[in-house]
Design a protein around this ligand. Structure first.
Ligand SMILES: Cc1cc2nc3c(=O)[nH]c(=O)nc-3n(C[C@H](O)[C@H](O)[C@H](O)COP(=O)(O)OP(=O)(O)OC[C@H]3O[C@@H](n4cnc5c(N)ncnc54)[C@H](O)[C@@H]3O)c2cc1C
Length: 407
């Protein structure tokens, strides 16, 4: 395809919310011919379409980290985008609840980080105020973030895809990238639906990001360790048990937030997600097994260290995944009125793309690498959906040298 002189051809691997946010930002900037290559027949088919739908306000993250900075900016951009596109955005607010006095020092640390991160209108509250906000919650204290919101990230991703097309870009579905050959000036990309030549390539392949990085010739580390998060649906007649979001105080040794209650944007209430090692990168249930993925994880140099560090937590999560009474017991800690029969069915599950170093550590912050003219998103777990539009600004500014309008 011929493009006007001076136009840069940019290929983006992955039609999740990160790839689409970057594609949209480039397409709207002008001067770029943008093509998104997505292996599935629809956008948002993996993490973007299988998550909690929470627009995080930035409570947890290490102050100064990319997560802290881009989550705060991303929340504002997402709120404005939803308003402009008439997409649902509901500020239902969130409580992070210390159930026992032993959890209070960890809650103090969350409060300290949240204040350092400038979380708007944050409040430290006691049991009385907690009960005003959430009538069925139990605990000794909480942090309240009133602007934490819920959205439909898949709908946002679809709107972004339509913006890309509207600005003259392409979102090609069913186009799995199977080969990349980076030359001095251009990069040739082979897909299952034809070949392309780009001046720049940006890889936002989520659960497959390390495999696509290998195609590019980048280091195989960090590897992606898939962690499934399973949700239970709350019986609709009992949905009044939860008004907004109720979260535990997270375990700082683990990069996940713990099983929580979330009232979704369409008023369904779900409980989850847990965090169990998935047996395939796209392993949405125990029946989805990939020997290549599982064997690859077991053989990874970091596996013994990770196992030593987290086997207790891992065993607990696996048992709670297999035995509903254990899952129920975790959830009931915050909402004592919850009955086993209130958890009606295992709803959806999502698989997190968690980057994992060869030394066994799980990467905490977002990670973006540059290999020649190829930009690689190597770690974009939660809150990356919240942060997607800010990640797009960051990638444009820091990796493509494109000035971003402040606004
Ligand atoms: C259970 C769970 C709960 C979460 N909750 C939240 C939350 O409440 N709030 C929040 O902000 N974040 C949350 N997250 C994180 C958030 O969903 C992700 O950070 C975000 O969706 C990442 O977007 P992505 O575009 O990088 O990845 P994805 O959405 O996974 O997209 C990657 C895309 O790349 C495509 N792809 C892969 N390989 C190839 C290839 N070779 N060729 C072409 N295409 C390819 C895939 O098909 C996929 O569509 C959650 C995640 C999970 C799993």
């Amino acid at each position: 395809m011929t493009v006007p002189p001076g136009t840069e051809r940019v290929g983006i691997v992955g039609g999740g919310i990160i790839g689409l946010a970057i594609a949209r930002a480039l397409a709207l900037t002008g001067g770029f011919d943008v093509t998104v290559l997505e292996k599935e027949r629809r956008v948002a088919a993996h993490q973007t379409g299988h998550n909690s739908g929470v627009v995080h306000a930035g409570l947890y993250y290490q102050p100064g980290s990319l997560k802290a900075i881009l989550c705060a900016r991303g929340r504002e951009l997402t709120r404005d985008y939803c308003r402009d596109r008439a997409l649902p955005y509901r500020e239902l607010g969130k409580l992070v609840v210390a159930v026992t006095p032993e959890e209070v020092p960890r809650l103090d640390e969350i409060e300290r980080r949240a204040r350092a991160n400038g979380v708007p209108d944050l409040a430290r509250i006691g049991p009385e105020r907690m009960l005003e906000l959430e009538r069925h919650v139990a605990g000794v204290g909480a942090v309240h973030s009133p602007h934490t919101a819920v959205v439909d990230f898949a709908a946002i991703a679809e709107a972004m895809a339509s913006d890309v097309r509207g600005a003259g870009g392409r979102v090609l579905l069913g186009a799995e990238v199977v080969g990349v050959s980076a030359g001095e000036r251009t990069t040739a990309v082979a897909t299952t639906a034809g070949s392309h030549t780009f001046d720049r390539l940006i890889v936002c392949a989520g659960l497959q990001s390390d495999l696509v990085a290998r195609l590019v010739g980048a280091s195989p580390s960090p590897r992606i360790l898939p962690f499934r998060g399973e949700y239970w649906t709350l019986e609709p007649s009992r949905a009044e048990l939860v008004r907004g979001m109720i979260y535990p105080v997270p375990d700082p040794r683990f990069p996940f937030l713990g099983v929580h209650f979330t009232r979704g944007v369409y008023d369904d209430v779900h409980v989850g997600p847990n965090a169990v090692p998935a047996l395939a990168r796209e392993g949405y249930g125990w029946g989805n097994v990939s020997l290549r993925d599982t064997f690859g994880s077991l053989m990874w140099p970091g596996a013994p260290a990770l196992f030593r560090r987290h086997w207790r937590m891992g065993a607990r999560e696996i048992l709670a995944s297999l035995l509903k009474p254990l899952y129920y017991r975790q959830a009931r800690e915050f909402v004592p009125e919850l009955r086993p029969s209130d958890l009606v069915e295992k709803a959806h599950a999502g698989v997190r793309a968690q980057a994992w170093s060869a030394d066994g550590s799980l990467l905490d912050d977002f990670a973006v690498d540059q290999v020649g003219s190829v930009t690689l998103l190597r770690n974009a777990p939660s809150p990356a959906a919240t942060s997607s539009m800010a990640i797009a600004e960051y990638v444009l500014r820091e990796h493509l040298g494109v000035p971003v309008r402040e606004g």
